[in-house]
Write a new protein. Structure first.
Length: 744
């Protein structure tokens, strides 16, 4: 601020603090690190929302935005800089609440800083039009209905990498909740060449939880946020804190109190996955998140290693009430019922009242194969005390209640009355990883006052578990849309399923990619009759391949038939039996001139090989630090194994240190721009000869075009040929099979 080569600090004290007002702290540049001088630049503070070089008055209904002129005369630490700073009112009115933040940024790229803030309904964009004198245009950008709520957090950055600035905003609770249909975190992008009032599109990042804190007057309250590339992948992510989102812990402390538990605050980051495939159950990594939100938040689950997340139990109580409350067919005991007057989704919930209560428990739930599990549900209550509405888990050690049943939580005073609250709790597999796990809700209800009874509701009860079985990949066919379709015939698949593996097939409606029917491997092998279950005129086939980590299923061929009204059936089929063989010199792109085509080492295939002439030592650079070669290729889709034929010159690795240090035996290799393992590495063996090395973990590739990426790890490495094969038993020899791609 003072232009003396050191960083200065502006500090705000609230009006009721010991040291109110705004202060400018200047480092003592004489060499004393801990010595600071300070000057009052404003006597009183308006609130606690100092952002960038802008203040926001938030203490009452009248709000004032102020531009701060701190440059002063030329020179270091002028008198003008140390005296009170002038205040310039840009706009004032009464529509602001909950201390909305202010951003000072050149939004339209005209070289003049603009000012942005938000109200419940709108984004206010004060566009600076001149500086002598300073003048502004006020542009009101109406927020999407999903983002119209009490709001505070505001940031501006290029989130989608299109060269234009976007808006990021977050909400705070009203009456202790952000409703589930409100975007607690959202971002906005504008179309066209400049930001206007009506050319913005809003994207939800995180929906409101609809849930209070453990203390019902507190809730989801987003405050500070920072825009930063957290994971180093080249795009901007969001780090934010939710100041009242106390996940557990019952203490009431100010955030500065040393007795406050770390559980009374939350800091999360939202991973930006724009232009990346969403996490799905089909990822090789075992990541499981079915959301299609492009800026993904704290729901990404990596725990549990390679595995598949599945629904172990689910009930939304939507069955018929008669006869005998079929809507409760997965539940036992108690005297609960199903009601339509209150439900979370879609139309019914389970209900208990004064004469309809007691111990209400589920069917047995198998968690014996789970590595982790969790329970989620929605609940609601009216007039209940702490011990009136209780959640239990069964550990398998007893019989009749209460033996073996453990209290997990008291719900009767958790959250406000007459509101739906979302609840989530991990299930301890060490205790409850049994084949007969059960959940129970015990309602012991009476009267609030004469003729008004205590009540409790539950809805959308879901138990999710992660198993050892890994989802290795998924195949989806092209669209099958016969012009001569009268009725569909059969779906047939041939496959190889070693012990511990499986394939589940689906027929999808191609118009929405939604599942029409699920088909087991046995049904597919025998031929599944589609005529009575599939009415869509265009379909796709889908296969989910799973394994236990020791074996891999193989899909060999699948086929569908249909009738055009004549006796002879029509058919469509696809096979998965080919190799993809690429000569190293037939690259698509060359990104690093140190990779050159050579023909010095005898026994190469084709008309040469590619070698890196880079003086890089082992460990000097990571995958993202170097560039190299790219090979484009097409596949039908499925699981593939990668082989590479390489040469490691001994004289580069050990004779000429300036070229390769002590090694020349590895290169980074990836698919579609991402590394597929640490490297292709000979393990310090096999010098001065051609030999095959492979990646033993299968790689899932969707149908279509993909790229192999080769990057230098150690100087001198030479590559002759790359093979992709769906056959786990395939082992190339000598020069390998004939090339299938000459000029990808």
């Amino acid at each position: 601020i003072l232009y003396d080569g050191t960083d200065d600090v502006i500090k705000e004290g609230t009006p009721w603090s010991i040291n109110p007002g705004y202060k400018l702290y200047e480092q003592d540049i004489t060499g004393l690190r801990e010595s600071w001088n300070w000057d009052d630049i404003r006597d009183s503070a308006f609130g606690v929302s100092l952002k960038m070089n802008a203040f926001l008055n938030t203490t009452g209904c009248t709000q004032v935005y102020m531009e701060v002129d701190y440059a002063g005369p030329e020179g270091t630490g002028s008198v003008a800089q140390r005296n009170h700073w002038p205040v310039h009112v840009i706009y004032q009115d009464s529509e602001f609440s909950v201390k909305p933040q202010v951003v000072v940024v050149d939004l339209d790229g005209d070289g003049l800083n603009d000012v942005l803030t938000q109200t419940e309904q709108d984004i206010y964009y004060f566009r600076k039009t001149s500086i002598d004198p300073v003048q502004w245009d006020m542009i009101v950008i109406e927020k999407d209905p999903a983002a119209q709520y009490f709001a505070r957090t505001l940031k501006v950055a290029d989130l989608n990498g299109d060269g234009k600035l976007d808006i990021f905003g977050m909400l705070v609770h009203e009456d202790a909740i952000i409703p589930p249909d409100k975007a607690a975190a959202f971002w906005m992008e504008y179309g066209g060449d400049e930001p206007l009032a009506d050319n913005w599109t809003t994207h939800a990042i995180k929906w409101g939880s609809g849930q209070t804190n453990v203390l019902a007057e507190f809730g989801e309250k987003w405050d500070q946020a920072d825009v930063i590339d957290v994971d180093g992948d080249g795009d901007l992510d969001i780090v934010a804190n939710c100041e009242e989102w106390w996940e557990d812990g019952w203490g009431i402390y100010s955030f500065w109190d040393p007795n406050a538990s770390s559980a009374t605050a939350a800091v999360v980051w939202f991973e930006n996955r724009l232009d990346e495939e969403p996490y799905t159950f089909d990822d090789m990594s075992g990541i499981s998140d079915s959301s299609d939100i492009v800026l993904e938040g704290g729901v990404v689950k990596l725990a549990g290693g390679l595995g598949e997340e599945v629904i172990a139990f689910s009930d939304d109580f939507e069955g018929p009430q008669a006869p005998c409350y079929s809507c409760l067919e997965q539940w036992h005991g108690g005297n609960w019922g199903c009601v339509k007057n209150q439900s979370q989704s879609p139309t019914q919930s389970a209900w208990a009242g004064e004469s309809h209560d007691d111990f209400f428990y589920t069917d047995e739930i198998d968690l014996s194969d789970a590595t982790e599990a969790s329970l989620e549900f929605w609940y609601r209550h009216y007039g209940t005390d702490t011990d009136d509405f209780t959640l239990y888990f069964y550990d398998g050690t007893g019989g009749e209640f209460p033996a073996g049943w453990n209290i997990m939580d008291e719900l009767g005073r958790r959250g406000a009355d007459n509101q739906w609250h979302q609840y989530s709790i991990p299930i301890d597999i060490g205790t409850y990883g049994i084949p007969n796990f059960e959940i129970a809700f015990d309602a012991d209800l009476g009267w609030v006052f004469p003729f008004v009874q205590e009540q409790a509701w539950i809805d959308d009860v879901v138990v999710t578990k992660r198993t050892e079985r890994a989802t290795l990949g998924a195949l989806t066919s092209v669209t099958i849309a016969p012009d001569n379709l009268d009725t569909w015939g059969t779906f047939t698949a041939t496959h190889t399923l070693p012990a511990g593996t499986d394939i589940i097939y689906s027929i999808l409606d191609a118009s929405c990619d939604c599942e029409i029917v699920s088909i087991t491997a046995a049904q597919a092998a025998a031929g599944y009759d589609m005529s009575s279950t599939v009415e869509a005129s265009s379909i796709k086939l889908r296969a989910i391949l799973t394994g236990d980590g020791t074996a891999t299923p193989m899909l060999d061929e699948w086929q569908v038939t249909w009738s055009d009204g004549s006796p002879t059936p029509c058919s469509w089929n696809d096979t998965f039996d080919g190799l993809c063989v690429i000569e190293a010199e037939n690259y698509t792109e060359l990104y690093d001139g140190t990779w050159v085509k050579r023909a010095n080492y005898e026994g190469y295939g084709g008309d040469g090989y590619m070698q890196d002439h880079n003086a890089i030592q082992a460990g000097a650079y990571a995958w993202n630090d170097t560039e190299g070669l790219e090979y484009a290729f097409d596949v039908k889709g499925g699981l593939y194994y990668l082989w590479a034929r390489q040469w490691v010159p001994a004289k580069w690795g050990f004779g000429l240190a300036f070229l390769g240090g002590q090694n020349s035996n590895s290169a980074w290799i990836g698919l579609d721009g991402e590394p597929i393992n640490a490297a292709l590495d000979s393990g310090n063996g096999g010098f001065d000869e051609w030999y095959w090395i492979h990646n033993s973990i299968p790689i899932y590739l969707s149908p279509g075009t993909h790229t192999i990426n080769l990057r230098v790890s150690e100087g001198g490495y030479a590559l002759d040929k790359v093979i992709l094969t769906p056959d786990v038993a395939f082992v190339p020899s000598s020069e390998g099979p004939c090339v299938t791609l000459y000029n990808p």
